[in-house]
Write a protein that binds this ligand. Structure first.
Ligand code: PLP
Length: 411
């Protein structure tokens, strides 16, 4: 029989969202009359912006003609989209060139696949709690030992984020080669300031680390003093790869389009000790394992940067942020300690004293039929916290808050 990759057996059984699904289904079978409100998984609910829809329609018609037909597109994405993205970066004071942008079908794949570029025994640091993709893809690749009783995989450096440190990850102690950061953060909803991010860039320069910066939620930053890209920080082009996605920005979770920026001057080191261009490696990888995002989707993504597209995206982001504001206020009113939700679509709340995050999940599900995400599912430091997503219709937010207020009262 074919031997399988042994690293897969190290993965924690019952990945977070399947386990949530299992508990919700079990509850629904026992209580078919109850209407469950889902504020757990980070999927958007509003339809794609009109400008995107129009552009995609036009592109579909175009490829239906002999002269407009397109087959395989360029490996790294069409120039029209890469140039629109670069222009947007430059307009915000970040120096990014079109030829440093790789268009892809999602940041989940990109943040999951990027680890292929690093040595099999490269040292990794990541925040805790964290987007599980970063951890699990390194486990699959064999870069860790087993999962310990403390909820941590041996061989990874976990950077704890909690209320005590304001959810600002402490600098690593082990001088890791690779560091994953995500801001605005999923799951905590907190955002790194310019000073904090500058400290990380300086650290990476000093330690010759590479930062993998996930800014899937940059569109939610309203405070102009907060950085939306790591390339707004001087020196970042030499130490950082940035991942962005149209998923949460423009409602593309089902349409699929994202991009990764690898500056031309970013270098790792090869087996012979000579510097290696990370851009060249990812170019090689992308060209070998990926065949591009469909033309209509790239035209749709381009429309996100048109004046109409920008306006429509602003309105959509504003809608979710208003949800987040209502949720924050409502939860504070109920006596919860809440974090995030001002420049991010996630609310991270402290569970009541003595109630762990899965117990709180079960309590919410059973008492008011509201589904959120237990913090422990994002890493051991997530224990004692709970994530609620603002990706919902307004009436759903009102209903969830009204149900919760029957159970939770400010002391
Ligand atoms: C949603 C999300 C993404 C985007 O994933 P896509 O594959 O582009 O839909 C990336 N990173 C984080 C942290 C996310 O929450």
């Amino acid at each position: 029989m074919a031997r399988v990759n042994p690293n897969y057996s190290k993965l924690k059984a019952g990945y977070l969202f399947p386990e949530i699904g299992r508990r919700v289904r079990a509850y629904q079978v026992a209580h078919p009359e109850q209407k469950v409100i889902r504020m757990g998984i980070g999927d958007v609910v509003l339809p794609i912006p009109e400008a995107v829809r129009i552009a995609m329609h036009q592109a579909v018609d175009e490829v239906g003609t002999l002269s407009g037909f397109r087959g395989y597109g360029p490996d790294l994405g069409y120039d029209f989209l890469r140039e629109a993205i670069a222009k947007e970066y430059v307009s915000r004071g970040a120096q990014v060139h079109a030829d440093e942008i790789f268009v892809s079908d999602g940041s989940k794949c990109d943040t999951g696949n990027i680890q292929e570029l690093f040595a099999f025994d490269a040292t990794i640091a990541l925040t805790d709690p964290v987007y599980p993709v970063y951890v699990d893809t390194n486990v699959m690749a064999g870069r860790t030992g087993e999962l310990g009783d403390n909820g941590q995989y041996a061989g990874l450096e976990y950077l704890p984020m909690n209320a005590a440190n304001g959810f600002v990850p402490p600098l690593p102690k082990t001088s890791p080669e690779v560091i994953y950061l995500c801001s605005p953060n999923n799951p905590t909803g907190t955002v790194m300031t310019r000073a904090e991010l500058t400290e990380w860039v300086n650290y990476a320069q000093k330690n010759k680390s590479i930062i993998l910066f996930d800014s899937a939620y940059e569109a939610y930053i309203q405070d102009p003093s907060l950085p939306r890209s790591i390339y707004e920080i001087p020196g970042a082009r030499k130490v950082a790869i940035e991942f962005r996605s149209f998923s949460k920005t423009a409602g593309f979770t089902g349409i699929r389009c994202a991009y990764t920026v690898i500056p031309l001057e970013l270098e790792g080191v090869g087996p012979d000790g000579a510097p290696v261009s990370m851009h060249a490696l990812w170019n090689r990888r992308h060209g070998t394992k990926f065949n591009g995002v469909s033309y209509p989707v790239q035209r749709g993504a381009e429309a996100v940067f048109s004046p109409e597209g920008k306006e429509q995206v602003r309105a959509m982001v504003g809608y979710y942020l208003e949800n987040a504001r209502l949720m924050r206020n409502g939860l504070i009113e109920m006596g919860f300690e809440v974090f995030g939700g001002t420049n991010a679509p996630y609310i991270w709340l402290k569970t009541p004293q003595g109630v762990d995050s899965w117990a709180f999940f079960d309590k919410l599900l059973q008492s008011v039929q509201v589904v959120g995400t237990p913090g422990a599912g994002f890493g051991p430091s997530g224990e004692g916290y709970f994530r609620l997503s603002a990706f919902a219709l307004r009436e759903t937010v009102h209903e969830a808050l009204s149900r919760m207020s029957t159970q939770f009262k400010k002391k």
